[in-house]
Design a protein around this ligand. Sequence first.
Ligand SMILES: [Zn+2]
Length: 279
Amino acid sequence: MQWFGKGSGNIEDRRGMSGGGLIGGGVGIIIVILGLFFGQDLTGLVSQLPLGDAAPVEGKKGDPQDKEAQFVDGVLESTNQVWVKQFDQLGKTYEQPVLVLFSNSVQSACGNASSAVGPFYCPGDHKVYIDLSFYEELKNRFGAAGDFAQAYVIAHEVGHHVQNLLGISDKLQQARGQLSEKEYNKLSVKLELQADYFAGLWAHDAQLLKDFKLEEGDLEEALTAANAIGDDKLQKQAQGEVVPDAFTHGTSAQRVYWFKKGFESGKISDGDTFNARDL
Ligand SMILES: [Zn+2]
């Protein structure tokens, strides 16, 4: 894949921050332990520290200097361009999401998450979260190497942001109480497949915008990634830990089907996974 994109200016870099915002709790515990060790009460220090849950965490803004992050930034900007146009056609304004880079663990409006949950989108703060080590895992564990696969991951999460802006994810959350677990899971799968569709739609439009030029094998790469990420999470609106959901993301065949459909169509209206009969 040849990349021609530029940066978004919407990257928030929290890499290297202790716990990406879990500083208060972590340091607090250490101080208590030190206190026990030295036989002194040092807990007074704790109150001077920002507490994990109370303090809003802000990472470093601006253009990232390393190549990996620059690439992610470029993909984010490409999704911005695509979705601004798509929303324009709907007579709506696209609100650009922020992408948070973190290492190990992070605090979001949806709760605290460790890297183990994989990349995720939090509807509560309109941010996409990713620990770039996930790309290593994608390569080593799932055999999905390559930049287009990496771009797909971002485009899928941005797809969840689009669903949030369009009110689709909200409807699902509201219906949650009235549905059986099984019915709800079914709808969750449809939500995931629609995010795949939106990722495909992004690829369709971005290519027309000449943000990148697909090379042989790129599409297959993205589809391998689509198969591999069965595990990103619908975020809880409430505070608390980000807990892996029980539902699946649909079968590999379904995911590939909807990604491809988006890539071929390029229209939001063709991506109604909720009323599709072929599910
Ligand atoms: Zn997802």
